[in-house]
Design a protein around this ligand. Structure first.
Ligand SMILES: [Zn+2]
Length: 146
């Protein structure tokens, strides 16, 4: 698994996981990589930003903080989130509430390096970020085809 910082043509920055770099190229070519914020499929790799632990802030810079009153925009976001969720589900291991523990093991090389997803409390997330473990928070949609 490899994580890329991506940028869309509207300058939204977001992160996405890919099996490997050629999987990324392939998906971009097929236009299936979409912006997590606006759903645009015109995305490219952004420069890797150093991850700076934010003190005293529990809000993530990912799509979780997106707010919009525009219904159409909202639906686009929703669609992008569904895609994102599908992507995560098919490419990452679900570890449930063991997320923090597993993420740490992967970070310190105690277990196989892979993409995982699961649940973590705000304080667990803050701790992981403090330790330099790379994580991303995404709004998780309930299972439904509606
Ligand atoms: Zn965008």
């Amino acid at each position: 698994m490899i994580k890329y910082n991506l940028k869309c043509d509207r300058n939204h920055n977001f992160e996405a996981w890919f099996k490997n770099s050629s999987a990324f190229d392939e998906q971009v070519e097929k236009n299936v990589v979409t912006c997590a914020i606006c759903g645009s499929n015109n995305v490219e790799k952004a420069l890797m930003a150093p991850s700076v632990p934010k003190k005293g802030s529990s809000r993530d810079t990912t799509a979780a903080s997106v707010q919009t009153n525009d219904v159409q925009q909202f639906e686009t976001v929703l669609k992008a989130l569904k895609e994102l969720k599908k992507n995560v589900e098919s490419n990452c291991d679900y570890v449930g509430t063991n997320f923090a523990e597993e993420a740490r093991k992967i970070h310190y090389g105690e277990t196989e390096k892979r993409g995982i997803y699961g649940e973590a409390s705000e304080s667990e997330k803050a701790e992981l970020i403090e330790e330099g473990v790379e994580i991303a928070t995404i709004p998780w949609l309930p299972n439904s085809d509606a």
